[in-house]
Write a protein that binds this ligand. Structure first.
Ligand code: ADP
Ligand code: ADP
Length: 232
């Protein structure tokens, strides 16, 4: 089946100037083991799409099904538990807690969900992202690329079927971005996870299997097998 499905999703915001139609009937269906990049001008609805798809916000109308669960069907508590246990998130600014160590940040979702922390598993995941030597460091002691790799470990640790990344390379230098993209690609190619990534960066988008283009809250184009040149 599909790891992620959106059917005619709309999102309207009320603002002082009137109603903003951030999403206008977006439908998509993503298979397991696929990597989709979402691009489009500022204000085209990319973040709103990601928030609605990930259950961080509710659509005004339409249906969102993630890993078999209809997101509009649940209570807030059920959604929170679902997001913590079954979805991985990677943000532009890492969203690590500054007072927690690398190991504590990586296992935060498990702790919040009241699950037992399997230290050996956590170390294994952190080894995979190249942070074995940094387990007890605080975020401020790490480079941006290293911090984003902690965030990727935090996302991977529950083995989610679906992962979301919002501009994951937006705050990184070239080398940090390259490492992060390789890890995200590996999560798809090797582990078969489904990844949706919003990005402005053609180099990042070229790592995906397809690029979807958004304008004025609608999907207006699709590019299969992107290369950086084609995306730019
Ligand atoms: P993008 O990520 O492509 O820049 P967004 O999804 O952030 O686009 O925004 C889409 C539209 O919705 C924009 O017109 C934006 O101003 C508006 N918007 C986003 N969030 C809100 C909000 N919380 N309240 C009002 N308008 C919003
Ligand atoms: P809650 O904090 O009640 O879980 P949120 O809407 O803030 O609800 O976040 C939902 C999920 O999104 C979290 O469980 C987590 O998986 C992810 N998330 C959101 N913000 C953060 C953050 N700052 N750091 C880590 N994960 C986050």
């Amino acid at each position: 089946g599909h790891a992620l499905r959106l059917d005619m999703v709309t999102k309207h915001y009320r603002s002082p100037g009137g109603t903003v139609q951030a999403l206008n009937g977006v439908s998509l269906a993503l298979e397991d083991g696929t990597f989709t990049a979402v691009m489009g001008p500022s204000g085209s609805g990319k973040s709103t799409l990601l928030q609605c798809a990930a259950g961080l916000d509710s659509p005004t109308s339409g249906r969102v099904v993630v890993d078999g669960l209809e997101m509009s069907g649940g209570t807030e508590a059920q959604l929170t538990r679902f997001r913590r246990g079954r979805i991985g998130f990677v943000f532009q600014h890492f969203n690590l807690l500054p007072t927690l160590t690398v190991l504590q940040n990586a296992t935060l979702q498990l702790r919040l969900a009241g699950k037992r922390i399997d230290r050996a598993h956590a170390v294994q995941v952190l080894t995979r992202v190249g942070l074995t030597e940094r387990l007890d460091h605080l975020p401020a002691q790490l480079s941006g690329g290293q911090q984003q790799r902690v965030a990727i470990a935090r996302a991977l640790i529950t083995s989610p079927r679906v992962m979301f990344a919002d501009e994951p390379t937006g705050a990184l230098d070239t080398r940090g971005a390259r490492d992060v993209l390789a890890l995200l690609q590996e999560a798809v190619r090797i582990d078969g996870r489904t990844l949706v990534m919003v990005t402005h960066d053609p180099v990042a988008a070229a790592h995906a299997d397809q690029v979807l283009f958004l304008a004025d809250g609608r999907l207006v184009g699709r590019l299969a097998d992107p290369t950086a040149a084609a995306v730019a």
